[in-house]
Design a binder for this molecule. Structure first.
Ligand code: SAH
Ligand code: SF4
Length: 407
């Protein structure tokens, strides 16, 4: 979500005549888009502001703006704490920040082959550990027409893939008068001819519908990739997290998705070291990960966030070294699983949308979201090409351009 918003914010500034620069030393304006999902993210913002202080001393004309979830309602207190920051604006309040630019015209100047489109802001779920609903407010969907219009314009300008983003894309539309849902939005977007691919994240296991699973199975542009955070494998922990589902519900859902869309790649999020998590409860998470075998797992150690239900009701009683050990156990397991899953792709030919070049090699993603590297002399940015996989690892694939005649 932050990445999506930074892109849009950058393009808004381009529209009013600014240009991006890779060096902070050259900038007239630096906007920090902050995240506070865990303490480590929050620490990063604070140290970044500290680092910019000396830059500002040497260049007094430099303006610094702070946005994102670090900006809480008490802006006066923030102003006192960070006198070097010139502007504070809440996550999502940036259209007001650049008054001249109306939200309807928010479109990147030079669209990348793959572009994010936020479809729903905020979250109504209040999982006990999570700060998002406090900082980003309640769910607010953009209208179906507005999203389709934006996607069409992007496609006209060269975007081949759109990634719809929201904290919980499964609740898209419930707050709109016509009550559209994500499946319906996908049907409309799938009609846009110039578009090659559609992805979306993040799904919520308690809300993901069969209508959506059917849409993934039947719509040709909707990619076979899904992000479905599990968070834990033990029912008592899931309950204390207020996730609204059981491990059995989650297992059945994954199996239902795989039955309908066999080639789907599924990634998940887990939190280890939630307050009170016993060895046995942690083992339940490990067991479920080992059973369901995901393509990718984002692992986080529990970090208490002030104001959340969990930080009020439970003591953060799992020692840091135990959390670390639990993270390591899952990392090791997942490395093995991803190694095996990716090894099955050896010598397969995959469709890759070329997104850029790094160290002389083109890179892009398969429909299932796998990162693929390959060599080619031609300018093929933004094209969908076929690549034959010749080498696999848990993190990425290497291949050669497939020309279809056996060469
Ligand atoms: N809406 C998504 C993800 C939101 S935050 C969902 O429902 O899962 C992204 C990830 O950060 C979460 O999946 C979770 O694994 C992690 N996270 C959120 N709050 C956290 C906390 N307090 N401590 C550690 N990890 C956290
Ligand atoms: Fe946070 Fe839960 Fe909302 Fe995800 S669904 S953003 S974890 S409150």
């Amino acid at each position: 979500m932050n990445k999506a918003e930074s892109e849009r914010l950058g393009s808004l500034f381009e529209q009013i005549g600014h240009q991006p620069t890779a060096f902070a030393e050259e900038a007239d304006l630096i906007i920090l888009n902050s995240c506070v999902i865990r303490q480590s993210a929050e620490n990063k913002v604070v140290s970044k502001i500290g680092a910019l202080k000396s830059l500002k001393k040497s260049r007094p004309t430099l303006k610094i703006a702070l946005t994102g979830c670090f900006v809480d309602p008490d802006i006066d207190k923030l102003k006192k704490r960070f006198p070097d920051v010139d502007y504070f604006f809440k996550a999502g309040d940036w259209p007001q920040f650049i008054e001249k630019v109306k939200e309807a015209s928010v479109l990147p100047e030079k669209p990348a082959p793959s572009t994010f489109i936020p479809i729903i802001q905020g979250c109504n779920n209040f999982c006990s550990y999570c700060i998002v609903p406090y900082r980003r407010g309640r769910e607010k969907s953009r209208t179906l027409d507005e999203i389709v219009r934006e996607a069409k314009t992007l496609a006209d300008r060269g975007t081949r893939e759109i990634i719809l983003v929201g904290q919980n894309v499964d609740s898209y539309g419930h707050d709109l008068p016509e009550k559209p849902d994500l499946a319906q939005l996908l049907v409309e977007l799938n009609k846009i001819e110039e578009l090659a691919r559609i992805r979306f994240l993040t799904n919520h296991p308690k809300d993901m519908s069969d209508r959506l699973i059917n849409a993934i199975a039947s719509l040709d542009k909707v990619c076979e990739e899904i992000n479905l955070p599990m968070q834990a494998g033990d029912d008592d922990i899931l309950k204390a997290m207020r996730r609204g589902y059981t491990a059995e519900h989650y297992r059945k859902l994954v199996n239902r998705i795989r039955n309908k869309v066999p080639e789907i790649a599924i990634s998940t999020d887990v939190i280890v070291g939630f307050p009170g998590e016993t060895d046995k409860q942690f083992q339940a998470t490990v067991d479920l990960l080992a059973e369901l075998r995901f393509d990718n797992v984002h692992i986080a150690a529990y970090s208490p966030r002030a104001g959340t239900i969990a930080s009020r009701e439970y003591e953060d009683d799992i020692p840091p070294e135990v959390k670390k050990e639990r993270v390591n156990i899952i990392e090791k397991l997942q490395k093995k699983i991803a190694t095996d899953i990716n090894a099955m792709l050896l010598y397969q030919t995959m469709q890759v949308l070329v997104e850029g070049k790094k160290k002389g090699k083109w890179h892009g993603r398969s429909r299932s979201g796998k990162l693929v590297f390959f060599n080619n002399k031609n300018e093929i940015l933004g094209q969908v090409v076929k690549v034959r996989i010749e080498k696999t690892s848990p993190w990425a694939l290497q291949g050669v351009l497939y020309t279809g005649n056996g060469s």
